[in-house]
Design a protein around this ligand. Structure first.
Ligand code: SF4
Length: 343
């Protein structure tokens, strides 16, 4: 199946409609890389303040490579998917050791960096270095499924390969960066999930999905897998020294981050008081916490618990009393506890 060239109208539209974004205004390879990692799983509007703060504190690859991991988690606090920032730092250390502190202008070398997959390598290589490689994310898959009126399940490797080849076939070799960015921007602003804005689309006159009246049904995706629901009992215990925080294990979900003391099971008030006593914390639980929910990729936490007071006693390893300013500046607490711990 072939389509007329999409690049000329797409690039014209992009020049007139692209958003002014800080990683476009100053688009060094480092800034493009960090922005692409941040924007995986995060909306642009939510990521922008994080990006500005990250760049102000860690303006170079060397700064990122040398950053204290706890501080790095704090800079990422609230963005979720923390393995992204851990990989970012591992990759920065490799760039320092093996590439003299500059991201390599080479797609295959970029692909070897931790956390850099085909999409991110393609985005950095094309946007920063002008290399003619595709950058195919969920937005671009959606646009191409609709353009070609293609029912293929976009999550399968075969469909991804086919769509990537189509992206490459349509790529103007002189302007691969703007072309890839324009496709992403079209997916973000016009060919959006759900009902696309075909009336405002520069490709409407050549879009097979739109002509067939099927654009809103595409792309085809497999039914989402059922998530496991896990009860989590949380306790917000305050003493004169601050809020009781607990460090999560070094591996697994939300590894190494801090949380209010919590147990992945349903505990009654008495059981919770006893669990705290085992930590040496003699607490009076005063008020139940409102039920809350946090949805991860594969599981759902059903949160509940109690608020209470205790004396400022010594704590076992992995627990601290966090004063309000430490909560704000030092200890990264994931969004999963956002219903109870305000930043
Ligand atoms: Fe998407 Fe509609 Fe444009 Fe086709 S015409 S690419 S469906 S916005």
């Amino acid at each position: 199946m072939t389509l007329p060239d999409i690049a000329p109208p797409l690039l014209r539209w992009y020049e007139q409609n692209k958003r002014t974004l800080p990683f476009r205004t100053v688009s060094t390879p480092y800034r493009v890389w960090v922005s692409e990692i941040m924007l995986q799983q995060t909306r642009v509007s939510a990521a922008l303040p994080y990006f500005e703060r990250f760049m102000a504190e860690l303006p170079t690859v060397a700064d990122l490579a040398a950053c204290d991991p706890e501080r790095l988690h704090k800079l990422w606090e609230g963005l979720g998917y923390y393995s992204r920032v851990r990989n970012l730092q591992k990759a920065a250390q490799i760039v320092m050791e093996q590439h003299g502190g500059a991201l390599p202008a080479d797609y295959d070398a970029l692909l070897k960096l931790p956390g850099v997959g085909a999409y991110t390598a393609g985005a950095i290589a094309s946007i920063s270095f002008g290399l003619p490689v595709p950058a195919v994310d969920g937005n671009v898959l959606r646009v191409f499924a609709r353009l070609y009126n293609d029912d293929a399940d976009v999550m399968t490797p075969a469909a991804k390969r086919l769509f990537t080849q189509r992206v490459l076939d349509q790529m103007p070799k002189a302007t691969p960066g703007p072309y890839n960015e324009a496709l992403m921007e079209l997916g973000a602003l016009v060919c959006i999930p759900g009902t696309p804005h075909c009336e405002a689309c520069p490709l409407a006159d050549r879009c097979l999905g739109c002509a067939a009246g099927r654009a809103g049904e595409l792309p085809v995706k497999p039914a989402p897998k059922a998530k496991t629901t896990v009860p989590v009992t949380v306790v917000l215990v305050e003493s004169d020294a601050g809020l009781l925080l607990q460090r999560r294990p070094a591996k697994g979900l939300l590894a190494g981050l801090w949380q209010p003391a919590a147990w992945e099971k349903a505990l009654t008030k008495d059981e919770l008081t006893a669990a705290l006593a085992k930590l040496g914390v003699q607490a009076t639980l005063t008020e139940p916490l409102p039920p809350a929910k946090h949805v991860f990729t594969h599981r759902v936490w059903q949160l509940s618990g109690w608020r209470g007071r205790a004396g400022a006693c010594a704590l076992p390893d992995g627990f601290v009393w966090a004063a309000p300013e430490q909560l704000a500046e030092v200890y990264p607490v994931p969004n999963a506890f956002g219903a109870y711990v305000k930043r």
